[in-house]
Design a binder for this molecule. Structure first.
Ligand SMILES: N[C@@H](CCC(=O)N[C@@H](CS)C(=O)NCC(=O)O)C(=O)O
Length: 225
């Protein structure tokens, strides 16, 4: 492995990339942030990811590793490849590790649903499908309900974190997803509906690495749908 810093191709509002940024920062892995707007024609994303999406983890020129993409896979890559660096961000036992990864998948599914819904609502009014928006909306509600369940179960057990005794990629994923819901005002009443989840969220979101990576909106100038 090269000693040069890695590059994370990211977008300032991206909750997907935020998960990876937090994991890299908490583990103390040197990296540079390359902010892009992946929907605009000058984006570099197709050069590194056939799916044309970010986040993408890119290695220095003298490091032969191919780019790593899909936020959940990047998290796995970070925790497994850099297992000896900084906090593990996984509980350590097989069942616990698999559970933490399951919660990352749930979170990414929820974020994907929000993105799909947002694009649908950007179409011309007569082209929009309310059925499709409702379908995505159910996924967001389902994920919020499940996050709250994980948090309540942990609290009953006297644990601060959803899997195991320390911060893991599962907590990072929940906070990034709920943070995007909050930022985008996707569920304005969520704090009243889920006070325990809100307390858990506020507590973790106040940590340095979370504060430094909160979403910031960009201006999209090109038409996408
Ligand atoms: N499931 C993907 C979703 C990533 C995603 O939707 N990224 C957006 C930016 S936040 C993107 O690059 N979209 C471009 C596109 O869909 O073509 C992941 O977890 O990495």
């Amino acid at each position: 492995m090269s000693s040069e810093p890695l590059t994370l191709i990211s977008a300032t509002p991206s909750p997907f990339a935020r998960m990876n940024r937090i994991a890299l920062q908490v583990k103390g892995i040197p990296f540079e942030l390359q902010n892009e707007i992946p929907w605009e024609s000058k984006t570099q994303t197709p050069k590194y990811n056939p799916l044309e999406k970010l986040p993408i983890l890119v290695f220095p020129k003298n490091d032969p590793r191919p780019p790593v993409y899909e936020s959940a896979h990047i998290q796995t890559y970070i925790v497994e490849k850099y297992a000896d660096k900084g906090p593990k961000l996984l509980p350590g036992d097989l069942d616990g590790n698999l559970m933490a990864k399951q919660i990352v998948v749930l979170s990414v599914g929820c974020m994907d649903a929000m993105v799909l819904s947002r694009w649908e609502s950007r179409r011309e009014k007569e082209q929009q499908s309310q059925k499709w928006i409702d379908r995505q909306s159910r996924k967001v509600d389902g994920a919020m309900w499940a996050f709250n369940d994980y948090v309540e179960a942990a609290q009953k057990d006297g644990r601060e974190f959803v899997v195991g005794a320390e911060l893991t990629i599962a907590d990072i994923a929940i906070v990034c997803t709920v943070g995007f819901i909050d930022f985008g005002e996707v569920r304005p009443g969520w704090r009243e509906q889920y006070p325990k989840l809100a307390h858990y969220f506020d507590h973790l979101d106040a940590r340095k690495e979370f504060k430094e990576t909160r979403p910031v909106m960009f201006d999209l100038t090109e038409k996408v749908v």
